[in-house]
Design a protein around this ligand. Structure first.
Ligand SMILES: Cc1cn([C@H]2C[C@H](O)[C@@H](COP(=O)(O)OP(=O)(O)O[C@H]3O[C@H](C)C(=O)[C@H](O)[C@H]3O)O2)c(=O)[nH]c1=O
Length: 332
């Protein structure tokens, strides 16, 4: 088996590839990544010398390149992570989101149709997506696979469009597609721009820890390795054409995450005076900021027996230690 993993140098992809190679000893992975600002090959050091792993630098919108990868490497399946993912960037500059997330997904689907043929149920195309396609929840209720799409940001709209393209290739061409929509991931290797790395980095720098608005927005936090296990499970056992939501069953406001991380840092790396919490500051809110995301993960639980197992406390400890070492402050 040869699996094309797109975006494997990104946060979730670079956690997924080592896990996937380890769990699937007869599989070779071709990692196609453009190496934008968000990709980092250092995060794949542990597999770079493995003969079942190859890296190709390139753009998923480049049809000629994708064709040649399918032919040269005899691709059997695709796991498609590559995406522009940062909501704030999609608000200030949506262009690359439309190109990569929509056109890139289309280019990959077309290559799969061309190389595998229509009515093909053996070669799987697994699309990785987000719960943000469902929009924003109030203080109660959960997203499930039947929730109507209502994306609010250019990022989530571009992901929604890509989900619909994937869906259309299943219905129209009988490509063996599957989509997973996950909640907020955290863990080692995440780009500095996202909330949890931002809190850790700014705390250690002694600067302002920026919390948008009042800090009352809620996200459901999923440890990245739990997500990797969920993807591997759905990839192998999920039903063609289906969508599975993958959540951490772990809701938290942004402010309480910042306070939690500060408390852990106060213990691991006490400041000479005061607490890291003193650095928390409320800053201008994100435009159109979604209030709450929360996932009902009972479909994947009941059908495929997957559930998130990492507790937020242990997951955060591991994450913070990884960043302390990254920022060369590892006195832990
Ligand atoms: C960077 C930053 C963020 N925030 C707030 C904004 C959000 O309410 C929350 C998380 O923000 P972040 O940008 O880390 O993640 P989301 O906007 O929820 O989106 C993330 O999770 C989904 C599932 C994806 O699909 C996205 O690709 C991924 O980026 O913290 C702050 O308050 N301060 C900050 O400095």
């Amino acid at each position: 088996m040869t699996t094309l993993v797109t975006g494997g140098a990104g946060f979730i992809g670079s956690n997924f590839i080592p896990y996937f190679l380890d769990k699937n000893p007869n599989t070779t992975v071709i990692n196609l990544d453009k190496l934008t600002y968000a990709g980092d090959l250092n995060n794949l050091d542990e597999v770079s010398q493995t003969n079942r792993y190859r890296f190709v630098q390139g753009d998923i919108c480049n049809q000629t390149l994708i064709d040649s990868i399918f032919t040269t490497h005899k691709i059997d399946s695709v796991i498609h992570f590559a995406a522009e993912s940062h909501v704030d960037k999609s608000i200030s500059n949506p262009d690359s989101f439309i190109k990569t997330n929509i056109e890139g997904t289309y280019t990959l689907l077309e290559a799969a149709r061309k190389h595998w043929g229509e009515n093909n149920q053996s070669n799987r195309f697994h699309h990785i997506s987000t719960d943000e396609v469902y929009g924003s929840l109030g203080d109660s209720g959960f997203f499930n696979e039947k929730t109507p799409y209502a994306p609010n940001s250019p990022y989530s709209a571009s992901k929604a469009a890509s989900d619909f393209l994937v869906r259309s290739y299943y219905h129209t061409f009988k490509l063996n597609t599957i989509t997973t929509n996950c909640s907020n991931n955290y863990g080692p290797k995440q780009h500095d721009e996202k909330l949890i790395p931002t809190i850790i980095r700014t705390a250690l720098q002694g600067s302002t820890i920026p919390i948008y608005g009042k800090g009352t927005n809620v996200r459901d936090w999923l440890y990245v390795l739990d997500h990797c296990k969920g993807i591997d499970t759905v990839f192998k056992k999920g039903r063609p054409g289906e969508t599975y939501l993958i959540g951490g069953n772990n809701e938290s406001t942004n402010l309480s995450i910042a306070e939690k991380i500060c408390s852990i840092l106060d213990e691991l790396l006490p400041k000479a005076k005061g607490s890291y919490k003193d650095q928390i500051a409320f800053v201008e809110d994100r435009k159109g900021h979604d209030h709450r995301y929360a996932i009902d993960a009972s479909k994947i639980g009941q059908e495929l027996h997957w559930r998130a197992v990492e507790s937020f406390d242990t997951g955060l400890q591991k994450t913070i230690k990884w960043y302390l070492s990254k920022y060369k402050k590892n006195t832990v």
